[in-house]
Design a protein around this ligand. Structure first.
Ligand code: DX5
Ligand code: ZN
Length: 225
């Protein structure tokens, strides 16, 4: 189980310090937006390279960009631990996954809230991470969309039954109020932006979220049948 604070809600002029403020985080989530795939514009490869040099926390790059086939592999080459692309934007998601893995990163596939999971089950074997968006991508601070949790549940069943081997990540609106339902559905990587960087003590917020998710993980699995 991993907690990944999103620097989208951090102070972009002080990114190294903001990373240091969440030193117990498992991954640091970096939202790359290109003003085309989503209406917002954030940061790109040079900032990721500098951030990688400035922190030991593995970077989890979430690329909300057009043409990830062309632009995603350099993030893996820059040292990101996990690079997630959007299936809605990819021309050849299998090829992108192979390029990311060949460059030494984990490969992630993201689904917007309205994008179904089932059409992509046959390519998920090429991936290490499934990111289920729990808000419309583009902005921090939105409300968690619990209607997407059946996708998390379905993915967890396929992992449990050995058909897939994936981290299942949720991103958007994850907070003390929502993390438990995401964990119950089967997520094991939790992105949180405003719930971490909006807190007085970001590090304590990370630990609080971790404790909540861990409690759910610690519960005995209900007997089947
Ligand atoms: C939204 C981003 C999220 C965002 C989450 O497009 O992908 O990573 O930072 O922010 P919160 O946790 O505030 O919803
Ligand atoms: Zn994100």
């Amino acid at each position: 189980m991993m907690i990944a604070p999103s620097i989208l809600s951090a102070d972009f002029a002080r990114l190294a310090e903001e990373a240091a403020a969440v030193s117990t985080a498992d991954w640091l989530h970096v939202d790359v937006m290109d003003a085309h795939f989503v209406p917002n514009l954030t940061l790109g490869l040079p900032v990721v390279e500098s951030l990688h040099a400035a922190t030991d926390i593995p970077l989890d790059c979430h690329l909300m960009i057009e043409d990830p086939d062309r632009w995603a592999p350099p993030y893996a080459e820059a040292g990101a631990r996990n690079v997630t692309i959007h299936v809605e934007a990819a021309h050849d998601p299998v090829q992108v996954a192979r390029a990311l893995r060949a460059a030494g990163a984990l490969a992630g596939l993201a689904l917007k809230p309205g994008t179904p999971l089932d059409p992509y089950l046959d390519i998920l074997g090429e991936y290490d991470t499934l990111l289920v968006m729990t808000v419309e991508p583009g902005f921090g601070g939105q409300s968690f969309i619990s209607e997407v949790l059946p996708k998390v549940r379905r993915a967890r069943e396929l992992v449990q039954s050995g058909h897939l081997k994936l981290f299942i990540e949720v991103d958007g609106g994850v907070s003390a109020d929502t993390i438990e339902q995401a964990a119950e559905a089967g997520a094991d990587v939790f992105v949180a932006g405003s719930a971490v960087y909006g807190a007085d003590d970001p590090s304590a917020a990370v630990e609080g979220l971790r404790a909540q998710a861990s409690r759910v993980f610690g519960q005995p699995t209900p007997a089947v049948g």
